[in-house]
Design a protein around this ligand. Structure first.
Ligand SMILES: NC(=O)C1=CN([C@@H]2O[C@H](COP(=O)(O)OP(=O)(O)OC[C@H]3O[C@@H](n4cnc5c(N)ncnc54)[C@H](O)[C@@H]3O)[C@@H](O)[C@H]2O)C=CC1
Ligand SMILES: O=C(CO)COP(=O)(O)O
Length: 349
């Protein structure tokens, strides 16, 4: 049977490993850093840190020995924070089988380089495009580990690889579709975290459904502009990895990004929220790398600009709202036609 190594036993690594085990077509071993978590996974079939009340598939095994997890793996699924991926891969590179498919579950863009996760994988491992894939979509880990129905997108420029991956993670409750549009899928997943931060801020400030719907809709518009400028198919962003994930994340109290924004909007400082946030909220750091990408591509991303200003440049939520709402009046556009006038600081009406 195909061996699958899942690297990272945080919330999504654990839930996705369980999906593959439940799908029943592969042997799955999950790697984690902490002995107590790995022991609980092996002995009690639970992850006490993230899902203490959920019975995981007993066929799922765990190890702290990354060489053991990677030995003979046909798929190497990576679920660590986006900003540590490069250093993690450097440490693992020699152990990853040269014929394996490496799968990113991550939704971030690297700081400093603005590389997508699949690009970091290709660069660090020197793997060809047909051996690098991504899984993304409306996949709040808690709901998936509860085995609630969900859909996702499996992306690889080489369709047969996407189909192989689709088969090992398709189960009674998890329905993956395939696509070859890696760029659209990865940018959809990364930018929605930034938009979820903005929605969270609005919720924390006490605003209601009109504000949320406005941010989601205009957030999708800026995601489409950026992704298409970088080579994505516009239709991908109307799909599960775009609108699907954006709606799920922005609507859910389970989202770490939305929750982070909510705390900021209700008056906490960024440092205070970071101190009490234990899990990865990718949008906080990726907002900066996404803004850098947008500037390089000369694309207006006003919500992302506002999020970066709040997260990294001490702009208060009230000031960000004022800057956002006082931009010049303009026609509603969805795609690539937008001009420079979206940038905060554009002349008020
Ligand atoms: N939680 C969710 O619902 C979903 C998360 N994702 C994405 O999956 C990725 C991982 O997120 P989660 O599992 O939720 O995060 P998490 O914070 O629950 O887990 C991260 C894991 O990485 C490990 N880790 C942290 N620093 C590390 C380092 N320097 N080296 C090696 N391992 C390290 C942690 O010990 C933990 O096991 C993120 O990019 C996230 O956007 C995608 C879909 C759903
Ligand atoms: O990506 C996710 C759902 O698809 C999870 O979002 P958060 O990282 O905000 O929890």
């Amino acid at each position: 049977m195909t061996r699958v190594a899942v690297l990272g036993c945080g919330s999504w690594g654990t839930a996705f490993a369980n999906v593959v085990a439940d799908a029943g077509g592969a042997d799955v071993e999950i790697w984690g850093r902490r002995t107590d978590v790995v022991d609980a996974l092996n002995q009690r079939h639970e992850n006490p840190d993230y899902f203490p009340d959920i019975a995981l598939n007993p066929a799922l095994s765990a190890t702290t020995d990354v060489a053991k997890a990677l030995n003979g793996a046909g798929f190497v699924v990576v679920a660590v924070p986006s900003q540590t991926l490069r250093e993690n891969l450097a440490a693992w590179a020699e152990l990853i089988p040269r014929d394996a498919v490496v799968v990113s579950l991550m939704k971030g863009v690297e700081l400093g380089t603005s590389r997508r996760m699949s690009q970091v994988i290709s660069e660090e491992l020197d793997f060809p495009a047909e051996q690098v894939a991504v899984v993304s979509g409306p996949n709040l880990a808690r709901e998936i580990v509860e085995r609630q129905p969900a859909t996702a997108v499996v992306a690889c420029p080489h369709e047969p690889t996407a189909v192989r991956l689709q088969h090992i993670c398709k189960s009674a409750y998890f329905r993956p579709y395939t696509t070859t549009d890696l760029v659209g899928v990865e940018l959809g997943g990364a930018v929605k975290n930034v938009i979820a931060l903005a929605v969270g801020v609005a919720v924390g400030m006490g605003f209601g459904d009109n504000a949320k719907a406005s941010l989601i809709t205009r957030g999708l518009a800026e995601t489409v502009r950026l992704a298409v400028a970088l080579g994505a198919d516009e239709h991908t962003l109307a799909g599960l990895a775009g609108m699907g994930d954006l709606v799920a994340t922005c609507s859910s109290a389970l989202s770490r990004n939305r929750t982070f924004g909510e705390k900021l909007g209700s008056g906490m400082t960024v440092d205070e929220v970071i101190t009490e946030t234990r899990q990865t909220a990718e949008g906080v750091k990726s907002s900066e790398s996404i803004l850098a990408l947008a500037r390089t591509a000369n694309v207006d991303v006003p919500i992302t600009e506002a999020v970066v200003a709040m997260m990294h440049n001490d702009l208060s939520p009230a000031e960000a709202l004022l800057a956002f709402m006082s931009r010049r009046a303009k026609p509603e556009r969805y795609g690539m036609e937008s001009g420079q006038d979206e940038r905060p600081g554009g002349s008020p009406q």
